[in-house]
Design a protein around this ligand. Structure first.
Ligand SMILES: Nc1ncnc2c1ncn2[C@@H]1O[C@H](COP(=O)(O)OP(=O)(O)OP(=O)(O)O)[C@@H](O)[C@H]1O
Ligand SMILES: [Mg+2]
Length: 209
């Protein structure tokens, strides 16, 4: 057993190493996405169970930030979609990570699923009660390395890669993503996934960079 000062140092070292690893992984993911070589393995998955699992994993971080995490399944118990669980899991974790970290103490995050009535898509909404995104920054949040002024001011950490990766993953699944936000009130990200697997693009395309 290490003395407590040494334990704290070792803990700091581990946290720093994890952060660095995340940056390296995000940069590698971005390069692969731009080349059209991220690689996807699609399988039939129950979206309700899949989201429950991801939310369970996010509980620890939510607790650390004093944020309550809610899952509103709506009428859905069984909603089959064709997804790459690893890739889509990363996309949703990025959205939850933002919703938790750009929130306020004792705030909340609510995840909701519904089936759209006018087209064969499911829509997932991730709503937070956080700091919001300035209207003039809304268009840029999905671009690489972009971070809004209100998060830079708060000295929160981040590279501005999470939403770029997330958007590309959702698009590869045949879905779209958008956000609505009110400053100091909160932000909701909405993404769709086709419930008909024929709507998934036949192959991954690079971004021609
Ligand atoms: N839920 C949210 N509430 C408020 N601002 C948000 C939210 N989600 C994203 N943003 C804004 O969009 C920017 C881009 O988000 P993105 O996840 O791409 O990068 P990041 O969180 O800064 O860094 P990282 O690469 O570690 O995810 C954020 O820096 C923040 O300004
Ligand atoms: Mg992020």
């Amino acid at each position: 057993m290490l003395p407590s000062d040494d334990r704290e140092l070792a803990g700091n070292g581990l946290a720093a190493a994890r952060k660095l690893l995340k940056i390296v992984n995000d940069l590698l993911d971005v390069s692969k996405i731009e080349e059209g070589r991220f690689g996807y393995n699609f399988e039939q998955t129950n979206l309700v169970i899949f989201l429950s699992e991801i939310l369970k994993n996010a509980q620890a971080v939510a607790k650390e930030y004093d944020i309550k995490l809610y899952f509103d399944k709506g009428a859905q118990q069984q909603l089959m979609v064709t997804i790459d669980p690893n890739r889509l899991g990363l996309a949703i974790s990025n959205l939850l990570d933002n919703a938790i970290r750009y929130n306020v103490k004792n705030g909340s995050v609510t995840v909701n699923i519904k089936l759209l009535t006018d087209k064969p898509f499911a829509e997932v909404a991730i709503a937070d009660t956080g700091i919001g995104i300035p209207p003039e920054n809304m268009e840029k949040v999905f671009t690489k390395f972009f971070r809004a002024e209100n998060v830079i001011k708060r000295e929160t950490e981040g590279s501005g890669l999470g939403l770029f990766i997330t958007k590309n993953i959702i698009n590869r699944h045949g879905g779209t993503i958008r956000a609505e936000s009110v400053i100091d009130r909160g932000t909701t990200f909405y993404f769709t996934l086709p419930t008909d697997s024929r709507l998934i693009p036949p192959k991954e395309v690079g971004l021609g960079i």
